[in-house]
Ligand binder design. Structure first.
Ligand code: PLP
Length: 395
């Protein structure tokens, strides 16, 4: 076999997801894409903000000599300064540019961070429901994912469950707020409790556990709820994030990691992560993208438009009897599956031309995910299909 057993095993395990997408593609071909309501992808259909195009124009009209060359593997100082300044506004200790590394998206930042901290056999706690790529990213670097459920009613942190999962091998914990797939935001009080748990662990055995806070949806929050700065609650913490969602630039692969300046061995961590950014073959984040986002740290896509979509779907589906937590952020809903078997439910939804992702794809069987980062008109047109689905299931 030409490919490694590990990769073969991973693609086999994910084959049911591929089959589901293939079925979606088949339905689009048979009935026309306009008659299929695709809620499967977290790939925003909104365009980037107007300021993004101004920056693009400006760069094209005033190119700097050397702007396409290699650079410091951590990225342009100017961009890192802009990011450090933005985070410092809500951080207890200001960040300098040296605490920031520009990366190829949040996915790049996660891989760089994990490569930097994991020894073979180290465990990384992930919280179900979770972004499934975490498992692959952890395994990329010789680590073992350890799944711990959040509270099944609220999807908030279950500190006792996290404590029970900590072993001498635990190296890191990944948290994601606002969350994909639940849309939940962890309040400052929960993060404080997590911080206290990690301090207790450190004081007892000397074991330091790094919190990797994955925050690509941090600017997408509703009802005046804001995402607390993790550095207020936890010293040994790294923010990993991107502009894939807040500026709708997922194809441009631009993100960063930022380390808490008070973290133990922070300079060593940054040196290691800069090395990992280079040797994973990223070398540096795309030069053009770095220049573009430097001046867009306070910009985002239209959040009110997302809130409108959340409200519409939440009200309509709750009215039909679907049970779900009302999300405070991101652009997903994660209702309970009306059928015990969530994969079976998603197949039933396909009969009504609704494409959804089963909770099993997020380590959470018994639920399903709706990604509402699609045009409002598609959501509106999908409502009769939701009603038919509910009727079909006797809801
Ligand atoms: N983390 C979460 C929770 C995500 O939902 C995603 C993308 O959907 C990523 C990370 C990866 O983002 P990026 O495109 O910036 O690599």
């Amino acid at each position: 076999m030409i490919i490694a057993d590990k990769i073969k095993d991973s693609i086999d395990r994910a084959s049911w997801i591929r089959k589901m997408f293939e079925e979606g593609a088949r339905l689009c071909k048979q009935y026309g894409a306009e008659n299929i309501y695709d809620f499967t992808l977290g790939n925003p259909t909104v365009e980037p903000p107007a300021r993004f195009y101004q920056e693009l124009q400006n760069l094209a009209n005033h190119p700097d000599p050397g702007m396409h060359r290699y650079m410091n593997n951590a990225g342009y100082a100017e961009t890192r300064r802009a990011v450090a300044g933005k985070i410092s506004r809500t951080a207890p200790t200001p960040l300098e540019e040296d605490h920031v590394i520009m990366t190829c998206g949040a996915g790049g930042a996660l891989n760089v961070t994990l490569k930097t901290v994991l020894n073979p056999g180290d465990e990384v706690i992930i919280l179900a429901p979770f972004f499934v790529e975490y498992c692959f990213y952890i395994e990329n670097h010789g680590g073992t994912p350890v799944q711990v459920w959040t509270n099944r009613e609220t999807f908030q942190l279950d500190i006792a469950a996290i404590e029970a999962a900590i072993t001498p091998q635990t190296r890191a914990i990944i948290i994601n707020s606002p969350n994909n797939p639940t849309g939940v935001i962890y309040p400052e009080s929960s993060l404080q409790q997590l911080g206290e748990l990690l301090t207790k662990t450190r004081d007892k055995s000397g074991q330091r556990i790094l919190v990797i806070s994955d925050e690509p949806y941090a600017r997408i929050s509703y009802d005046g709820v804001t995402v607390p700065n993790i550095f207020n609650s936890i010293d040994d913490a790294v923010i990993v994030t991107s502009h894939s969602k807040d500026l709708a630039l997922p194809g441009e692969r631009i993100g960063y990691l930022a380390a808490n300046p008070v973290m133990a061995d922070v300079d060593l961590f940054i040196d290691g992560a800069t090395f990992a950014n280079r040797t994973l073959g990223f070398v540096n984040a795309p030069a053009l993208s770095q220049r573009l986002v430097a001046n867009l740290q306070d910009e985002s896509v239209d959040i009110d438009a997302y809130q409108l979509k959340r409200d519409l779907l939440y009200e309509e589906l709750s009215g039909l009897g679907f049970k779900m937590v009302k999300p405070s952020g991101a652009f997903y809903l994660f209702p309970r599956s009306p059928l015990e078997d969530d994969v079976e439910f998603v197949k039933r939804a396909q009969h009504h031309h609704l494409l959804l992702v089963p909770g099993s794809g997020f380590g959470a069987p018994g639920f399903f995910r709706i990604a509402y980062c699609i045009d409002l008109s598609i959501i509106e047109r999908s409502l009769p299909a939701w009603r038919n689905l509910a009727r079909d299931l006797g809801m």
